[in-house]
Design a binder for this molecule. Structure first.
Ligand SMILES: Nc1nc2c(c(=O)[nH]1)N[C@H]1C(S)=C(S)[C@@H](COP(=O)(O)O)O[C@H]1N2
Ligand SMILES: [Mo]
Length: 495
């Protein structure tokens, strides 16, 4: 057998092992499939700066890239084990054991790990080790094999790669963007007024006033979107409270619902970036739930927890200051999609998502900042994270033709409102843009300014003032722990 044969045998062993693990994972517990468990552990262990980099350069593809990198690493180790075990037979078993142990450790330490979480990686290691052993046994019985001995090498490899790819795809192609069928929602006790017509009807290229759910940004640490059964779901309200309680899905739906238009944004949104969306949310006011539980004196935080181990720490005072923080069950009039937290999530107007928007919510614990930290605050992000004033210049960008055009975009200063937006052309005077409809303090504001574009390159800048007239700062501040802020500056080439 050639070195090539042994390398390929190692690769096939790794691929088949992974495939076996992924398939078994899909059957037993999706979160414990080797690539899911190890990928999730990498997400949790990665330094925040690396996550920031991944989110900004790879965007929402970061998870696919992560899975591909882990799979590639396993493949490379497989090839090395295949080659090395020619000299030293135990290397195959040893590599499989080490990789298997890594997978098992990752699976068992997941917050939602079940009792069978060890199985997929164990199976993966046994399959991989078995294939490599079989290869070597065959190699020693056929010391001078004719070329046609055994199945064609390319065929085996192609089949192996195909099975592995299919298994991985099957694991990660979740339920898609639709809410689960058969969920009906009650109507809100206090409905929101109809949304006014947005500027998008008249200003081409401006962000629509309401973000369609399918276009709503998604940011989370979940490699696999949790698929929760509302029948088994519960929300526990506990901690430093006089009367802890727990609600089933039906009990939650029976409570009075509010409906509010709220802009949600991510602290990791770069200036001008896409991680901001606005929609109509339906849910139960957190203040109502807290009133029923009766927080004890001294409590200053509500720690919200998701099934996947994510937590957010929201200041208790913010939840009780009269704003419409809610346990949301619907976006844009329909049940939440799995990606956006079905069956229920937190939405806190005025705070970045990482401190007030826990998806797949199952627990609200009243506690103190001294006692409990949350997923991102243990990683260096600020405990107090009100949304900064931001503008996005949507249009024009790139190359345009000379003549009359419109500069337009959106601005947000969630829970403070936007009172004014200004545009600057080539460092000239700041000009007031016209504002689109006012949907309240918690919602973004569209804006536009007619512009007569002359040929050449032009630099456009946009800035906003919040509801109390405070201007958005010009400078880009450090990404950790506060998030970036600053004017959105865009260069356009006018022909
Ligand atoms: N369970 C869970 N909830 C989460 C997160 C997460 O990683 N896990 N990310 C938060 C962050 S950082 C943001 S910005 C919002 C984004 O919500 P969306 O994906 O529905 O837009 O969800 C928040 N809720
Ligand atoms: Mo975020």
């Amino acid at each position: 057998m050639t070195r090539l044969d042994s390398g390929l045998a190692g690769l096939t062993a790794a691929g088949a092992g992974l495939a076996a693990g992924q398939v078994l994972g899909a059957l037993v517990a999706p979160g414990s499939a080797p690539l899911v468990a190890v990928g999730s552990a990498v997400i949790d262990l990665a330094p925040p700066a690396l996550k920031e980099w991944a989110a900004s350069t790879l965007g929402t593809a970061d998870k696919a890239v992560l899975v591909a990198v882990v799979a590639l690493a396993v493949g490379v180790l497989g090839v090395l084990a295949g080659l090395g075990s020619r000299r030293w037979r135990p290397l195959g078993d040893l590599t499989a054991a080490l990789l298997g142990a890594t997978g098992i450790a990752a699976a068992l330490t997941r917050p939602d790990a079940g009792p069978l979480a060890f199985l997929p990686s164990l199976a993966a290691a046994l399959v991989a080790a078995g294939i490599l052993r079989w290869h070597h046994r065959r190699a020693s019985t056929l010391s001078h094999p004719p070329d046609h001995a055994g199945p064609d090498r390319r065929l085996v490899l192609t089949a192996g790669a195909g099975v592995a790819a299919a298994a991985v795809t099957a694991t990660f192609s979740g339920a898609g963007g639709r809410p689960p069928a058969g969920v009906t929602l009650p109507s809100a006790a206090t409905p929101a007024p109809p949304l006014p017509a947005g500027l998008e009807a008249t200003v081409a290229g401006v962000t629509p006033l309401r973000t369609p759910v399918k276009d709503f940004y998604r940011i989370d640490t979940a490699l696999l979107v949790p698929q929760l059964d509302p029948g088994a779901w519960r929300l526990d309200v506990t901690g430093m409270v006089a009367r802890p309680f727990s609600l089933s899905w039906d009990e939650l739906l029976a409570l009075p619902m509010i409906e509010r238009d709220i802009t949600l944004t991510c602290v990791s949104n770069e200036i001008g970036g896409p991680y901001c969306g606005s929609t109509r949310w339906t849910g139960v006011r957190v203040a109502d739930l807290l009133a029923r539980a009766q927080p004890s004196p001294g409590a200053d935080q509500v720690l919200s927890a998701s099934t996947d181990g994510f937590t957010a720490s929201t200041p208790l005072a913010v939840l009780l200051d009269g704003r419409d923080a809610m346990v949301a069950i619907a976006m844009d009039g329909r049940p939440l999609t799995p990606e956006h937290g079905f069956p229920a999530r937190l939405v806190t107007p005025g705070l970045y998502g990482y401190v007030g928007a826990t998806k797949w919510l199952t627990r609200l614990t009243v506690t103190t900042f001294a006692a409990e930290q949350a997923y991102w605050t243990t990683r260096g992000w600020a405990e107090q994270a009100p949304v900064k004033t931001a503008t996005r210049l949507d249009t024009p960008t790139g190359r345009i033709l000379a003549g009359a055009t419109v500069v337009a975009g959106v601005a947000w200063a969630t829970h403070r409102g936007v009172s004014r937006v200004q545009v600057q052309v080539d460092g000239g005077p700041w000009q007031d843009a016209r504002l689109g409809p006012d949907v309240g303090l918690d919602y973004w504001r569209q804006w536009y300014l007619p512009w007569n574009a002359t040929s050449g390159r032009h630099r456009l800048a946009a800035r906003a003032f919040d509801g109390s007239g405070v201007p958005q700062p010009a400078a880009v501040q450090g990404v950790l722990p506060d998030g970036p802020t600053g004017y959105h500056v865009v260069d356009v080439d006018v022909a």
